[in-house]
Design a protein around this ligand. Structure first.
Ligand code: TPP
Length: 556
């Protein structure tokens, strides 16, 4: 059948199983939006306040649902506003398709109104991108884009569609959706890794986000229990293993639990699964691990990139584990497990009490929510407290900006999470981060999304203040906020509810109310300006340099 390019876009999206898009219109995508108008019953369309919010929402939608997130924006500023969101998805390996309009082909390259070479801009932060130059290619490009976004190591793909291509007509037939099929690992090549695993006396699993996007929970659990290996997660891996399981140790890395980083020092084998040894985990690459390393990952480029592997297997974690598990010998290691337990019991951070203790709020949230509660965060201290304190029992429940660390991720992420799950979502944000994206509270109100927004309001850009204390002798350059924002008025102005926590004694009641909200509610948590995130291994340093307390008046 003969269709307009813009109609090919909507038909192809429907054909790919897309039921939700996050979007913002403009001149260069009017044709596509006109077609979206006709398919409102098939594709839910979430109009955000800013394209960045739309991109973060599409990203979180993908993380929660396991599907490809879709965002649509206009040319020029619409397209450039997507860049942070696209980069965020790229850094955290999230499948996303971003569709942008552009000026007509005849106007490209002439500095036309709202013309930006968005394909050029996003080359380093997309898995692949396209400028559609012929309407006959459009259907295949969309089909390829979805396949590329979700196959191998997932990531974002951008399709830039000039206006005349949206208006041109050509024949279109639905293209069968290509499912991702993973190759079985070559067992001969995997033998070295299997032998090392079978001979380890003190193995430790290090789980990354790859375990979550692969859906390998059952296999990871089986491996851990079969070889009696305690389990550490990177921030991106939280939720890949139930936090209540006796073998679970906690989070690894710069702000990881003390015991976990000590266990890594003592293990004779670290089995990294879908994890990439980022500099937030291997803060000092030379001293990070003394034992052997077996690395299993889907991305060849990750092998020996940051940490050398004694053996590796390339492939999707679930597929690889399914095939190698029969060759892994069952073995009990009570001494090693006991040692890790002892570290877990004894290497505990001393917590001092505060008027409003942010960790107390997070513990209360854990207590009053189901074990599949989705918690999204922004970026800063509040993010690390959440990662350290909340017990993530299920995969796809901790939605956070890992690799990019993008303040402003939170509100969009909470919206995408709520829409993907049709459930109540908790957002933990900071006063700095919230000011970057609170416009999207309006989107949440319009969509009637039950999102409990906890602002850890410390009147500062807390994480940066902490670095200024430690490394810049308490010179607080541009981090103390003193903003007069009245969060109650702000909530009311946008149509959201409002609660306040001024004292630890108010925590439980406020949390209970907030996590039962039916509409967005802002909870203003007035925590102290000098709360710190500890422990901390400074960049480039190792476990022996771990900081366990920070004096407030010691001039750094
Ligand atoms: C877009 C962006 N700009 C700057 C930073 C640098 N940065 C990292 S954490 C942080 C402070 C965050 O402050 P806030 O959101 O109030 O959270 P807190 O650390 O106080 O919990 C800043 C400025 C960033 N990560 N992202």
């Amino acid at each position: 059948m003969k269709l307009k390019g813009a109609k090919i876009v909507t038909e192809s999206l429907i054909n790919e199983g897309v039921d939700t898009v996050f979007c913002y219109p403009g001149g260069a995508v009017l044709d596509i939006f006109d077609e979206l108008y006709h398919v409102q019953d098939k594709i839910r369309q979430i109009l955000t306040c800013h394209e960045q919010g739309a991109a973060h929402a599409a990203d979180a939608y993908a993380r929660v649902s396991g599907k490809v997130g879709v965002v649509i924006a206009t040319s020029g500023p619409g397209a450039t506003n997507l860049v942070t969101g696209i980069t965020n998805a790229y850094m955290d390996s999230v499948p996303m398709v971003a569709i942008t309009g552009n000026v007509a082909l005849s106007l490209l390259g002439r500095d036309s109104f709202q013309e930006v070479d968005i394909a050029g801009v996003t080359i380093p932060v997309t898995k692949h991108n396209y400028i559609v130059k012929d309407v006959k290619e459009l259907g295949h490009i969309i089909s390829d884009a979805f396949y590329i976004a979700k196959s191998g190591r997932p990531g974002p793909v951008l399709i830039d569609i000039p206006k005349n291509i949206q208006q041109a007509e050509c024949d279109w037939e639905p293209i069968p959706v290509r499912e991702v099929v993973y190759k079985k690992p070559n067992l001969n090549k995997a033998k070295a890794a299997i032998d090392i695993i079978n001979s380890a006396k003190k193995p430790l699993l290090y789980l990354g986000g790859g375990c979550i996007c692969s859906g390998a929970y059952q296999q990871v659990l089986e491996l851990a229990e079969k070889i009696d290996a305690p389990v550490a997660c990177s921030m991106m891996g939280l939720g890949a293993f139930p936090a209540s399981h006796p073998l679970f140790l906690g989070m690894i890395g710069m702000h990881g639990h003390i015991n976990v980083n000590f266990s890594v020092q003592e293990c004779d084998l670290l089995i990294a699964l879908g994890a990439r040894f980022s500099d937030r985990v291997a803060t000092n690459r030379d001293k990070f691990v003394k034992g052997k390393v077996v690395h299993i990952d889907i991305d060849n480029a990750e092998i020996n990139k940051n940490i050398n592997a004694d053996a590796y297997i390339l492939g999707d974690i679930k597929t690889v584990l399914t095939h190698i598990l029969p060759y892994i010998n069952e073995s009990k290691k009570p001494e090693w497990v006991g040692r890790c337990d002892e570290l877990k019991r004894t290497k505990v951070l001393k917590e001092t009490s505060h008027k409003v203790n942010p960790k107390e709020i997070l513990r209360s949230i854990s207590k009053h929510t189901p074990n599949d509660q989705i918690i999204a965060t922004d970026v800063g201290q509040h993010q690390m407290w959440t990662a350290q304190t909340c017990a993530f029992e299920k995969p796809r429940t901790f939605i956070t900006s890992g690799g990019l660390g993008a303040m402003g991720f939170g509100m969009g992420a909470a919206i995408g999470s709520a829409i993907a799950s049709s459930k109540r979502v908790v957002l933990i944000t900071g006063d700095g981060s919230f000011h970057m994206n609170f416009n999207e509270v309006v989107t949440a109100v319009v969509q009637k999304l039950p999102i409990a927004i906890f602002i850890m309001n410390n009147n500062t850009l807390g994480m940066v203040r902490q670095w200024q204390k430690l490394f810049y002798k308490h010179r607080f350059s541009n981090t103390t906020l003193n903003r007069p924002t009245n969060y109650e008025y702000l909530a009311k102005a946008f149509g959201a509810d409002y609660l306040e926590i001024n004292d630890n004694s108010q925590i439980d009641e406020a949390v209970k109310k907030a996590v039962n909200c039916k509409m967005p509610v802002i909870v203003n948590c007035k925590i102290g300006i000098d709360e710190n995130v500890l422990p901390m291994i400074p960049s480039g340093k190792s476990v022996s340099d771990m900081i366990l307390e920070i004096g407030e008046n010691n001039n750094g």
